[in-house]
Design a protein around this ligand. Structure first.
Ligand SMILES: C[S@@+](CC[C@H](N)C(=O)[O-])C[C@H]1O[C@@H](n2cnc3c(N)ncnc32)[C@H](O)[C@@H]1O
Length: 430
């Protein structure tokens, strides 16, 4: 929740640490492309944390710029490489190009440091390829080159050409930082932070540096949360004194929203490590909730709740603005098993809703199997639930995101400056 702002300053490392910072960037890129969650883990690793804040900021900025243009970068490299060179040559070339083309690193410095990091027998090749690409016109950043082709094909099939390209165009853009306020009536905060107040009340900031140093952080007056991620909890309309179950709660942005609405919240997650982040968020904001470590499907507690939020695990393809690595780690084969897990979690969540109560289902995925198809499947097998259609603009949602069915299909280009992709539906139990 208090992840560093994505727009940390990419100040160049000092000459003494130039290679160290770039070696760190290489390690981060390899972790990012190695497996899902690899980048997040590498960013909290001791070796990375031991760097100076300046070198950390630089390494992270280089890697984010590389991941946001991985498609165009690889197209440019493929035009120069006769055959695939041994690892880590391609990753070094990717980082070198990103520095020279998008990070204001002088081309000679990007080339020299990249060559120095390459294994000796490959230095000539690295030098020639980098200089060759940099002599050409800058790589084409057309939306169709920014997304992995299999994902773009899925988005075309699901949303049509225009929207698919609209989504892809967001990949290269660096997002602002959005915050949710603990007290939505805290009008002074937007002014102090020089933030734009968005529909629904989220604050949007173009501010650099570590969020923990920003005004109001220590007093817990806000937490980092994308403006789209703040919508599901608002749609639950939790009221003071109501009981609310947040079934997949960690790291906890939505738990904090529900608790700040005055509800009596139970926050459950199967990961004790991630639940510690929920507890830390609660402690910092002075809010309270019961936290439970359990598998939601096997949880034996018999309580019923006024409202249940299921923000289910998913392919997370809607979060590529801050996590461009998701695009390159997602595999077509991941989706069916996630769909099965979501169905089981929906069934478990439904059992916890009292008659007359409501449930919100959300996923930060752009894939219709995890959204529309889940909602349809749930309604067809749970006759005691109906869809409760959402109002235009409800919860701060873009008008264009409201589907004729009454649920939200939020696409990343649906609002100026972008927002995360989400599917959100609200159900009522009779
Ligand atoms: C999309 S994240 C939830 C994000 C969270 N709602 C928030 O706003 O910060 C999904 C969460 O589901 C949890 N999870 C996955 N499978 C689960 C299960 N069977 N039971 C409980 N939690 C599960 C994961 O540990 C992960 O924290």
């Amino acid at each position: 929740m208090n992840e560093p702002a994505s727009n940390a300053p990419p100040t160049a490392p000092t000459p003494a640490t130039a290679l160290l910072a770039r070696q760190a960037a290489l390690t981060l890129l390899q972790a990012a492309l190695g497996r899902r969650g690899g980048l997040e883990e590498a960013l909290s690793h001791g070796r990375y944390m031991a760097l100076s804040p300046q070198d950390r900021g630089f390494a992270r900025a280089v890697v984010m710029a590389t991941l946001r243009r991985l498609g165009p970068i690889d197209r440019a490299l493929d035009g120069k490489l006769k055959r695939e060179p041994p690892a880590p040559t391609r990753d070094l070339l990717r980082l070198g190009l990103a520095q020279a083309l998008w990070l204001d690193t002088p081309a000679f410095a990007a080339v020299d440091t990249t060559v120095s990091l390459a294994p000796k027998p490959l230095r000539g090749l690295v030098n020639a390829v980098l200089r060759g690409v940099l002599r050409d016109a800058a790589p084409d950043e057309l939306p169709e080159f920014l997304a992995p082709s299999w994902l773009l094909a899925r988005w075309r099939a699901a949303f049509g050409d225009i929207d698919a390209l609209g989504i892809a165009a967001q990949i290269a853009l660096e997002p602002a930082t959005d915050l949710t306020q603990r007290d939505p009536t805290d009008d002074a905060l937007a002014k102090t932070l020089e933030a734009e107040v968005l529909p629904g009340g989220s604050l949007r900031l173009i501010r650099r540096g570590d969020v923990a140093g920003w005004p109001g952080y220590d007093e817990g007056r806000w937490w980092v949360q994308d403006r789209a991620a703040a919508i599901p909890a608002r749609l639950l309309q939790a009221k003071p004194g109501e009981t609310v179950l947040d079934l997949c709660a960690a790291p906890g942005g939505k738990t904090l929203q529900l608790a700040s609405a005055g509800a009596t919240v139970t926050a459950l997650d199967q990961s004790s490590g991630r639940l510690r982040r929920v507890a830390a968020g609660l402690a910092r904001t002075g809010l309270s909730a019961e936290t439970v470590t359990a598998d939601a499907v096997a949880w034996t507690d018999g309580r019923l709740f006024d409202a249940v939020l299921l923000d289910a695990p998913c392919s997370a393809t809607g979060t590529f603005r801050r996590h461009p690595d998701v695009l390159w780690n997602a595999k077509p084969g991941d989706i069916p098993s996630l769909v099965q897990l979501q169905s089981r979690l929906l069934a478990a969540a439904a059992k916890r809703v009292r008659p007359g109560g409501r449930m919100v289902y959300s996923v930060c995925s752009l894939e219709p199997e995890e959204g529309e198809a889940q909602a349809r499947g749930f309604l067809s097998t749970n006759p005691d639930f109906t869809l409760e259609p959402l109002e235009p603009g409800e919860g701060g949602s873009p008008l264009v995101s409201l589907a004729p069915e009454g649920w939200l299909r939020i696409l990343p280009h649906h609002a100026d400056g972008g927002l995360d992709g989400f599917f959100i539906a609200r159900f009522r139990r009779h």
